[in-house]
Design a protein. Structure first.
Length: 57
């Protein structure tokens, strides 16, 4: 059986607007997640999930 190697897409540079959004989210979120979705080496989505924590009383 002949197998062909997987083609590795050349990653594209991340747009500066996306970098600015990621940095802004890092500065804003105290508890939560910042998820980057990449398709074929290209950033296509940024999800920010923020949680609110309540003190133990």
């Amino acid at each position: 059986m002949v197998t062909s190697p997987l083609r590795q897409p050349r990653p594209e540079p991340v747009p500066e607007t996306a970098v600015a959004l990621i940095v802004e989210a890092l500065g804003r979120v105290r508890f939560g997640d910042i998820r980057l979705t990449v398709h074929e080496g290209r950033l296509v989505q940024i999800d920010v999930t923020e949680r609110t924590r309540f003190p133990n009383n």
